[in-house]
Design a protein. Structure first.
Length: 140
């Protein structure tokens, strides 16, 4: 395993654990498994927990990937941030869909379902981050 892959694994694991902790605390304790009614729509607690987890892990993950893992990228910071945001939105969408499927169709408890979904998205995320978001200049 090269140094960059090792750094990605450590930073990615750190960010993933942080995101999962935020998800778990929000789902289990803040919303206590209750639906959130905002008047015009009722959100499931795991959906709101997922969004709050995104709000915390997005900036933290970008900082780690930009300055620790992919510091050899020649792309401008704002380009990296925009691309990271796009990849993160794709991951968030996939996370939401897969979480819905595992919770509502497969009847898996939300925190366990989130762990399963995270495991599926880790590899996809690495490929996008390395070859799109933080690619080296001149890299094909």
């Amino acid at each position: 395993m090269n140094l960059q892959t090792f750094r990605y694994a450590v930073c990615g694991a750190t960010n993933t654990v942080l995101g999962f902790i935020v998800f778990y605390v929000c789902f289990k304790f803040i919303f206590a498994g209750e639906n959130i009614d905002v008047g015009f729509y009722v959100f499931t607690p795991y959906t709101v927990a997922l969004v709050l987890s995104f709000c915390v892990s997005f900036p933290f993950g970008f900082f780690l990937l930009k300055y620790v893992v992919f510091n050899d990228s020649g792309l401008r910071g704002r380009v990296q941030l925009f691309r990271y945001f796009l990849v993160y939105l794709i991951n968030l969408f996939l996370n939401y869909v897969l979480l819905k499927i595992t919770v509502e169709m497969l009847h898996i408890y939300p925190t366990i379902a989130q762990l399963i979904v995270i495991a599926l998205l880790v590899i996809l995320s690495y490929i996008f981050q390395r070859h799109f978001t933080f690619k080296k200049t001149g890299e094909e």
